[in-house]
Design a protein around this ligand. Structure first.
Ligand SMILES: CC(C)(COP(=O)(O)OP(=O)(O)OC[C@H]1O[C@@H](n2cnc3c(N)ncnc32)[C@H](O)[C@@H]1OP(=O)(O)O)[C@@H](O)C(=O)NCCC(=O)NCCS
Length: 327
């Protein structure tokens, strides 16, 4: 038997033992007579069962890695809050990647071989094959870089965060992956702003439920007493009739350079919401007549209502922890 063949045989024996259960580790190690190979396999197994090395990057095309990330989003979020995969694919198919304002990023780990995990995060199949690196997504974030040039305030920009998920299972949640990915997202926005000669001013998230505590930890703050609606997300593009009603959401903002800030300049806040409404909620495919009607609904009704709710504050609007988490 050649040395390579015997090495492959020892790896196969190790995998066969360990895949009968983690309690078989001693047996699996005993089956490998080569000391250095045994050490390497043990390290690879420990790293695969409790990964410690994670990487983050941005999807720049509808690659297999993107498909895996979308799969994670769709497993965790309800179907009504996530757009179909084709919508995401189209947003990643931009002729000039430098002009792409859609940001979708992943945090992931790699295994040397086709390891598999269950929904609780447990390693269910260990494989060792350095020629076959497998990538596993732990968290995904989506959002948009939005230039204020859209509302004729040149030189400034913001970003809106759409979705963020971390794999279920205690091995993954609460381990800092969401935090790391939000930081990577914000760093990406700073990079994009620099490349465009703009200055990032704010981050916005429309928040609901438990995740508000997470956003509060990330320095995002509630715009006190604001009335904020997510405008209808589906319209008849010919008539401009809405197919859904607006949905009340809790508006959370992070002021760049001032996380946890207790107030925000009123004009900056207005610009942030106006730019978000324009970028996210006015469909470009609508006919001119429909678009006029949609803009009237979004700006004359919903945005005007938001302005009313902060009008009494004057030049600075207070920010605070979300109502649920005060005190
Ligand atoms: C929100 C979410 C992405 C956080 O991911 P994560 O990787 O667990 O986040 P982190 O480990 O970085 O958490 C940072 C802190 O926030 C807390 N936190 C995270 N998620 C929380 C939640 N849902 N409720 C309350 N606190 C939460 C963590 O306990 C941690 O606190 P600590 O610093 O005191 O330990 C994850 O809970 C998730 O996927 N939720 C379902 C989808 C969702 O609600 N997404 C957000 C809106 S689209």
């Amino acid at each position: 038997m050649t040395e390579i063949a015997s090495k492959a045989g020892l790896i196969a024996r190790f995998c066969a033992h360990i895949n009968r259960g983690p309690e078989k580790l001693e047996e699996a190690l005993a089956a490998v007579s080569d000391d250095s190979l045994r050490t390497m396999l043990e390290q690879a197994y420990q790293e695969a069962s409790r990964p410690t090395r994670f990487l983050s990057d941005r999807y720049t095309s509808p690659s297999p890695a993107f498909e895996q990330g979308y799969h994670l989003l769709s497993k965790i979020l309800d179907a009504d809050v996530i757009d179909p995969i084709e919508f995401f694919r189209n947003r990643l198919r931009v002729p000039d990647p430098a002009a792409m304002t859609f940001i979708m990023m992943r945090r992931y780990w790699q295994t040397q071989g086709a390891c598999e995990y269950d929904d609780e995060g447990q390693l269910t199949h260990f494989d060792y094959d350095p020629d076959n690196i497998t990538e596993h997504t732990v968290s995904v974030i989506t959002g948009d870089y939005i230039s204020f040039s859209r509302i004729a305030r040149y030189g400034y920009s913001m970003a809106g965060i759409g979705q963020l998920v971390t794999r279920t299972g205690e091995q993954w949640r609460g381990q800092g992956h969401g935090t790391a990915l939000v930081r990577a997202f914000e760093a990406e926005c700073e990079k994009m702003a620099q490349a465009r000669g703009e200055q990032m001013k704010t981050y916005l998230v429309e928040s609901e439920g438990d995740a508000q505590r997470f956003w509060a930890k990330m320095g995002y703050r509630w715009v006190v007493n604001s009335r904020y609606y997510q405008p209808p997300i589906d319209w008849d593009y010919e008539t401009g009739e809405r197919r859904f009603d607006e949905v009340p959401e809790l508006l959370m903002i992070k002021v760049v350079g001032q996380p946890d800030s207790q107030s925000i300049d009123s004009q900056l806040l207005r610009d942030t919401v106006r730019a978000t409404y324009l970028d996210w909620y006015i469909p470009i495919k609508a006919s001119p007549i429909a678009r006029e009607k949609i803009e009237a609904y979004v700006f004359d009704k919903l945005y005007a209502d938001f302005e009313d709710s902060i009008e009494n504050y004057g030049d600075t609007v207070p920010l605070s922890l979300p109502p649920k988490y005060q005190g």
